[in-house]
Design a protein around this ligand. Structure first.
Ligand code: GLA
Ligand code: ZN
Length: 689
């Protein structure tokens, strides 16, 4: 396994685009990089047009100079293969290399990422450029890491052209073998869709009405795989020519188009671009979810935050800046959630082009007079004192099940309601964070044995092997919490008959007869039997029949008043809970707290603005506490025995965490989350330790 710790401390740096600047600036750049503590830059991401200005004519002298200059200053290079955006000549020379939308529109020159992944000549040019770069720099001492392409699928995650149609057909042949198998899987008996020849099969282009759902689902799978083939083409060249250099490509967290569980297996280290909205109320949940996914993709391996903004981005309707202290705080969060590298887009804010109003480490005002630069420099210094954190691991007792196949299937049209997966996952994630948990994401067919609790906010599609996996997990003592509309269809998106969710019915001890979809102006209510607490229910409720499950809450209104809304069921040595509606976050917190309690998972109730992780570092434990609020302090009662991470002195047990404040506390014993107490308002009478 690639050892991310070979970098000797925490990676700190940015995308570096020297081709946008005259040579004189380059010397100034490296001087400033040294001043900021930069030790790695991503170079050449959008340099194709400069490296190959005409077909087959390569110009490397400027890149040689930059590579040498960086090396002389002790800065390593994460060298891009420069294939992220083909130069205009390429797209014009091969008009059919330009991708096509579902409506048949061919996209045009002038933006970026303009390529069809299936185009043969495009692929050849990609391979040649990658080979050229690998040959030229394979022994360059600055080369530390390969950055393949850039954010695959960010702008174009599906191309509907005839070349892709051909690739789709051969992907389907590999998958199904015979047309009969395909016809069955796609349910083509419906609407006279039966295929008699492979050549009749098309991508799900704009059609008169709903395209066949399984065709749509397979198309999403194929589109992710087709881009993966393109990635693999480059990765193979690099692995061949420079086996000593690790390979990555930067992910986008919860990007709809790519099945990152599959992709991550073909990298040496996972890297992520994360742009949580600083104008949003909970940027740390938005970021934290992606961070936890990145850590989960390769079994807990630490990862690199490849891009983030020092302050504002340029691509939202309103681009909030990061107020003083927020940039540092969010970098601490990445470290706490398993990052070993913290990098920005980009080193120097551009003068021209579409991203000139995107912040950089060096802002338009220049370094000396810049607040952002002061923070960038201070963070670079601080990171040197935190290098040990790159050895930490985050044990999680709770995992959220996540699968891109499910995401695709759920959001295909013609459902009981137009459900969106991410808001639900976000809600459950936020709830678990507010209960003090480290959260992993786990693939439905992944190893569940490390977890006490596995949560399925909305696992609509569950393959048969995945259902077996879940069943085994519960039977052997695990706790399952399933949200509504889970376990409904198999991998072909075929409904499992006999009462929903047939794939999990025996585990949950119930069957669902009907779904009660609520209109925007409608709501129901649930009441918890143990506490009497009531919560509103929106969007979704159900008609449930119990076959062994116990009722924990009932619906309060309409024809389902008094009927089960939340249940639990013993199955083998474990337990399975069911939440039969779309409940507000407070209800999810309340219910998950009860689940954790019964599963004997230590927890505490945290205010939403406090981000906490608990990690293991050698023989010690580390609590990383972040107050994600610009003005409100927090009062915290720490587990006893807490030492200041940096200097080992004892910390007072009761402490005030300032606005945007950070506390890193080390323990020479194992710590449980239920030892942590937080008071939301700073009270005048602090409890004595
Ligand atoms: C992405 C890209 C970068 C840049 C940033 C701007 O992450 O990889 O090239 O466009 O977005 O936020
Ligand atoms: Zn195409």
């Amino acid at each position: 396994m690639f050892d991310i710790n070979n970098f000797d401390g925490i990676i700190y740096g940015a995308d570096y685009n020297p081709e946008q600047w005259p040579r004189e600036i380059w010397r100034e750049d490296v001087r400033l990089m040294n001043e900021a503590g930069v030790n790695l830059v991503s170079l050449g991401i959008f340099s194709w047009a400069h490296l190959e200005p005409q077909p087959g004519t390569y110009i490397f002298d400027w890149l040689d100079e930059v590579m040498d200059l960086l090396h002389e200053h002790g800065i390593g290079v994460n060298l891009a293969t420069a294939t992220a955006s083909p130069p205009p000549w390429l797209s014009l020379k091969y008009p059919d290399s330009k991708p096509v939308t579902a409506d048949g529109v061919r996209l045009e020159v002038g933006g970026r990422q303009l390529y069809c992944p299936s185009h043969k000549a495009f692929r050849t040019h990609v391979r040649e450029l990658t080979e050229q770069l690998a040959r030229r720099y394979q022994d360059h001492p600055a080369l530390k890491l390969w950055h393949v392409n850039n954010e695959y699928g960010c702008h174009v995650d599906q191309c509907f052209c005839s070349l892709c149609a051909e690739e789709f057909r051969s992907w389907l042949r590999d998958k199904y073998g015979t047309l009969d198998t395909l016809n069955f899987a796609w349910g083509t008996a419906f609407w006279s869709q039966r295929y008699g020849d492979w050549a009749e099969i098309q991508p799900p282009r704009r059609a008169p009405t709903y395209a066949n759902p399984t065709q749509q689902l397979d198309w999403r799978r194929f589109s992710s795989d087709n881009l993966l083939t393109l990635y693999r083409l480059e990765a193979d060249v690099l692995r061949n020519m420079t086996p000593h250099i690790p390979v990555t490509t930067n992910f986008l967290g919860f990007l709809p188009g790519l099945d990152y569980f599959k992709w991550a297996q073909e990298e040496d280290v996972v890297s992520l671009d994360a742009y949580p909205d600083p104008g949003g109320s909970r940027p740390h949940f938005e970021a934290g979810m992606s961070y936890d996914m990145m850590r989960s993709l390769r079994g807990g391996q630490r990862w690199i935050l490849m891009e983030q903004a020092t302050s504002a981005v340029n691509w939202r309707e309103r681009n909030s800046l990061k107020r003083p202290g927020l940039m540092r705080l969010l970098n601490h969060q990445a470290l706490a959630h398993g990052a070993s590298g913290l990098m920005f887009f980009q080193w120097r804010a551009s003068r021209a082009g579409a991203e000139k109003y995107h912040s950089g480490m060096v802002q338009h005002v220049g370094p000396e007079r810049s607040r952002v630069w002061q923070e960038v420099k201070a963070l670079g210094q601080e990171l040197k004192t935190l290098a040990e954190l790159t050895q930490a691991r985050l044990p999680a007792r709770v995992a959220i099940m996540f699968d891109w196949n499910n995401w695709w299937a759920l959001e295909i049209d013609s459902k009981p309601a137009a459900l969106k997966l991410m808001p639900l996952v976000q809600k459950w994630y936020a709830a678990l964070k507010q209960l003090g948990q480290n959260v992993d994401f786990v693939h439905p067919e992944g190893d569940l044995s490390a977890y006490d609790v596995v949560a399925l906010p909305n696992q609509y599609l569950l393959s048969h092997p995945a259902a077996q996996n879940v069943r085994r997990f519960v039977a052997s003592g695990g706790t399952l919490v399933s949200g509504f509309f889970s376990g409904i269809v198999d991998e072909h998106e075929h409904v499992q008959l006999g009462g929903y969710p047939a794939l999990l019915g025996d585990v949950l001890g119930l069957w669902v007869e009907e779904w009660v979809v609520l209109q925007p102006h409608e709501k129901n209510q649930i009441q918890l039997l143990n506490s009497g607490t009531t919560y509103d229910v929106f969007n979704w409720a159900e008609v449930i029949h119990l076959t062994g499950a116990e009722m924990l809450a009932t619906f309060q209104q309409d024809f389902i008043a008094g009927q089960p809304a939340v249940t639990s069921h013993h199955f083998g040595a474990g337990k399975a809970y069911y939440l039969a509606g779309d409940f507000p976050e407070e209800a999810v917190i309340d219910l998950l707290a009860q689940v954790l309690l019964h599963a004997d998972v230590p927890m505490c109730r945290l205010p939403e603005r406090l981000n906490v992780t608990l990690s293991e570092l050698g023989e010690t434990c580390v609590l990383h506490l972040l107050n994600v609020h610009p003005t409100q302090p927090l009062q915290i009662r720490l587990p006893d025995g807490g030492l200041c991470f940096e200097n080992g002195t004892y910390l007072p047990q009761v402490m005030t965490l300032a606005p945007y404040g950070i506390a890193l506390v080390r323990y020479h014993r194992s710590v449980r989350m239920d030892e942590l107490q937080v008071q939301d308002e700073v009270s005048a009478h602090a409890p004595s330790p």
